[in-house]
Design a protein around this ligand. Structure first.
Ligand SMILES: Cc1cc2nc3c(=O)[nH]c(=O)nc-3n(C[C@H](O)[C@H](O)[C@H](O)COP(=O)(O)OP(=O)(O)OC[C@H]3O[C@@H](n4cnc5c(N)ncnc54)[C@H](O)[C@@H]3O)c2cc1C
Length: 404
């Protein structure tokens, strides 16, 4: 059996940062990077900017071939890992090959879930997840066309905003009673919802898509309690699941994702996980939380890479944070936002911006903002405070006052 000291499954934020960090401590041992995608490494975060026309195709890519050769790493792309024997320590590829390892990093990320809708496999229905997805969608974007977006999380609404910028007719369908139900509270959702209506978007909440049928060149969606909706294309962004299928025969413990400790090591010695696929510690002291963000994947990848190289580095914990601009609003959601009883401050300021800071005792633990671009400053200010668990209400008060 071919054997590597280190195998990294995943050629994205977590895998690449693990590789670079591993090499800082260990320039000698053999490393193999595997990815199911055949293209060079790229940033998923930049895909919306590409679709908006803000960056060119070439700018999506993170590294060329010389990156891996420079770090002395072998690569196998366009191949799926289909099985792991965590006792004998080898993986199986979809071409039948088996490769043994001493240490393994699972950095396989997550994939969009397909909601159970009749006709969901029809042509003209896309996800916005991979480079291939973005290229497929790009070909379909043109003024006057009708797009339906199913789901109303960050990615769905980014897609809706891109379609508005491309002068398309946009419908958003959300199953829950309000948009962005996980990232925003009710007031934040309402402000954003109203702004989307101003942009002419048809927003349907509390709306279950039952069926999608193909009709000549168009798709027709049956939505419970609504008139049928016609579309040229449908983009589905209704949640993600971790890429852990290939672990089902292994002894690696998984819940939503791979359970890891502060060193990013799984329940099996020498097998690590990082990024979207992992469930690890948070800054709030929780032990196993899945925080699917680029920044978390980078941080966790670095910790995993160092520990694979024999260091002992412990992760300081992840902090969920989304900041984005859409529909002329800056939207930020950070930390724990579900603790309604502990709201410290909820304000609308003169620029029609909404800010809510959530605390536990004297410590800020979460933030929701929807409004003017200057709110980015507030989220930048709050991030270290939440991370370090610092009592800083006086200075926050001053900052809010200044911004009003
Ligand atoms: C459109 C879009 C916009 C986003 N915007 C933001 C943002 O603004 N801010 C933010 O923080 N996050 C954002 N994210 C999320 C962010 O991209 C992810 O959190 C990040 O990519 C996770 O990195 P990762 O390395 O864990 O996994 P991924 O980037 O998903 O990479 C997984 C890697 O594993 C490979 N792989 C998977 N399964 C297998 C297998 N069985 N065999 C072989 N290879 C496999 C894949 O080919 C890939 O190389 C966005 C995501 C999308 C899709």
């Amino acid at each position: 059996l071919k054997t590597y000291e280190h195998i990294i499954i995943g050629n994205s934020a977590a895998g690449l940062n693990a590789l670079e960090t591993l090499r800082k401590y260990d320039s000698e041992s053999s490393v193999l990077v595997i990815s199911r995608e055949g293209c060079p490494a790229y940033s998923r975060v930049l895909l919306p900017y590409y679709l908006k026309g803000k960056i060119g195709y070439d700018k999506l890519f993170l590294h060329g071939e010389e990156f891996y050769t420079g770090l002395g790493a072998d690569t196998v792309f366009d191949i799926d890992v289909v099985d792991l024997d965590s006792v004998k320590k080898y993986i199986a590829l979809d071409n039948g090959e088996q490769i043994a390892f001493n240490k393994l990093l699972i950095a396989t990320g997550s994939s969009p879930v397909k909601p159970r809708i009749n006709g969901i496999e029809s042509p003209g229905i896309y996800n916005l997840w991979t480079l291939q997805d973005a290229q497929n969608i790009e070909r379909m974007l043109s003024p006057g066309k009708k797009i339906v977006v199913i789901g109303s999380g960050f990615i769905s609404l980014m897609m809706a905003w891109i379609a508005v910028l491309r002068e398309m007719q946009v419908t958003v369908i959300e199953l829950m009673p309000r948009i962005m139900p996980q990232a925003l509270d009710e007031s934040g959702s309402e402000l954003l919802h109203n702004r989307m209506l101003d942009y002419g978007i048809d927003v349907k909440v509390d709306a279950l898509t039952e069926k999608i049928e193909c009709e000549v060149d168009q798709l027709c969606l049956s939505v419970q309690g609504n008139e049928p909706v016609v579309a040229d294309l449908v983009v589905v962004a209704a949640g993600v699941r971790t890429n852990t299928e290939f672990l089902k025969n292994s002894t690696v413990l998984c819940e939503r994702g791979v359970l890891v400790d502060g060193c990013m090591e799984s329940s099996v010695d020498g097998i690590f996980a990082a990024g979207d696929v992992a469930q690890g510690p948070t800054v709030f002291g929780e032990t196993h939380v899945n925080v699917p963000l680029w920044s978390t994947a980078v941080e966790q990848g670095k910790v995993a890479g160092a520990n694979m190289a024999g260091q002992r580095i412990v992760y300081e914990g992840s902090l969920s944070m989304n900041v984005t601009e859409m529909f002329g609003l800056t939207i930020a959601s950070m930390g724990q936002i579900g603790l309604e009883d502990d709201t410290w401050k909820e304000v609308y300021n003169s620029h029609n911006s909404y800010v809510k800071i959530i605390r536990r005792g004297q410590i800020p633990v979460g933030l929701v903002t929807v409004g003017s671009p200057e709110l980015v400053r507030l989220s930048g200010y709050c991030r270290p405070l939440i991370r370090q668990g610092r009592d800083a209400f006086k200075s926050l008060d001053c900052l809010l006052h200044e911004m009003n």
